[in-house]
Design a protein around this ligand. Structure first.
Ligand SMILES: Nc1ncnc2c1ncn2[C@@H]1O[C@H](COP(=O)(O)OP(=O)(O)OP(=O)(O)O)[C@@H](O)[C@H]1O
Ligand SMILES: [Mg+2]
Length: 362
């Protein structure tokens, strides 16, 4: 048991609420309606994991909520602040021009993933897909300027068609691609204590998904190294929905289903947060052993949770509509007994917190 104090008990505000950090070697599901405090509570738990365990963490951060994870709040005591500074947290940006920017390499993707980015089907688009399959990752692919001409001026018509498709889809314009530069995946493989991947600043919907796909695929390919990492995905419905809406989303969902089903023994542990249980793929949801539930009004969603998480007493689930912001029900392997918790304070600065309505001045 690695005790993590994440807040206080709702019924006994003077008693600390403790969960077991050692049990993040399971998949964890975080759920609650918009504004219920999921991202804040996620931050509280991640901070405690960083201070009290050695577990490396990779945060897929679609709203740039964790880009300030390196900065402690002013009211944090000097000892914790000094420990925090020594953690060596790495942040890759996309929402602001701050360096380093989040980049991955197209050439590093698997053939299926390269195809999914180019919306290619291996059967329906057999010739272009085959051109992709046998593409030589030579120096021409290491630069935005030479990548496309290599294809469009090829003597092979399948290469030319592949080039036209890539040009038409505007894929090479995506700022995500590192070409010859370095990939954020390299840093994730080094297993710093935390890597924050800010996915919020891309304009094409395929970019955050391709970024996640590239990094997850790399983690999966190296699974035999058995080096643990907690894979945290906020807004997880954009990464593994029940019915994928694009080829990249389908490939990403498939990768997450595989990690959910088989990743545990390789140290690939998921921590997924979303507003409704039905918004993520059932084969991912059904693999989660830890539940953090914040306020949720919808009886249908609560019924779904009761169904998937049979270990949670119904009368506790039914209290969820009356939770206040920052209150949560924890159940599953990371807590001996289900408990109702008022989340403690964050140590670090929140990134993209809620905007406020400005009053008219004139
Ligand atoms: N325990 C808490 N203590 C103080 N402030 C909190 C707490 N929980 C949430 N908040 C604040 O409430 C607002 C909403 O919280 P948060 O962003 O975590 O909600 P969310 O459930 O992630 O919502 P969404 O689904 O829209 O992302 C934020 O501004 C956050 O700072
Ligand atoms: Mg949130």
């Amino acid at each position: 048991m690695i005790p993590l104090t994440v807040g206080t008990m709702v019924e006994a505000p003077d008693r600390p609420a403790v969960i077991d950090g050692a049990r993040f070697n399971r998949h964890t599901f975080w759920c609650g309606q918009s504004g219920s405090g999921k991202t804040y509570a996620l931050g509280v738990v991640l901070e405690q994991l960083l201070l009290n365990t050695e577990l490396p963490i990779a945060v897929f951060d679609p709203n740039a909520d964790f880009t300030e994870l390196t900065r402690t709040r002013d009211d944090v005591d000097a000892v914790d602040a000094a420990r925090w500074a020594d953690l060596g947290i790495r942040v890759f940006h996309s929402s602001t021009p701050r360096e380093p920017q989040l980049r991955i390499r197209y050439v590093d993707l698997s053939v299926r993933s390269k195809g999914s980015v180019a919306r290619l089907d291996p059967i329906a688009d057999e010739e272009e897909f085959n051109a992709l399959l046998h593409l030589d990752p030579g120096p021409a692919m290491a630069s935005r300027e030479t990548f496309l001409p290599m294809l469009t001026t090829s003597a092979d018509s399948a290469h030319r068609r592949l080039g036209l498709r890539i040009d038409n889809l505007g894929i090479l314009e995506w700022p995500l691609w590192a070409f010859g530069g370095s990939s954020a995946s390299t840093v994730v493989q080094e297993r710093p204590r935390a890597v924050v991947l800010d996915l919020g600043g891309f304009s094409h919907p395929g970019e955050p998904q391709a970024a996640a796909l590239g990094i997850l695929e790399d983690l999966w390919d190296r699974r035999m190294e058995r080096r643990p990492v907690l894979i945290v995905i906020d807004e997880a419905h954009n990464f593994c929905p029940p019915v994928p809406r694009s080829t990249v989303e389908a490939q990403l969902t498939e990768q997450l289903i595989q990690i959910a089903a088989e990743g545990r023994k390789f140290g690939l542990w998921l921590f997924l947060s979303t507003q409704r249980p039905t918004k993520i793929h059932p084969n991912v949801l059904s693999q989660c052993d830890n539940l953090g539930l914040m306020r949720m009004n919808s009886p249908r969603d609560l019924a779904e949770l009761a169904d998937v998480f049979g270990f949670v007493p119904h009368q506790l689930l039914e209290q969820s509509p009356s939770f206040r912001k920052g209150e949560a029900l924890f159940a599953g392997t990371f807590t001996d007994e289900p408990q109702l918790v008022r989340m403690g304070r964050r140590l670090t600065v929140e990134g993209g917190s809620d905007l406020t309505v400005e009053a008219r001045t004139a």
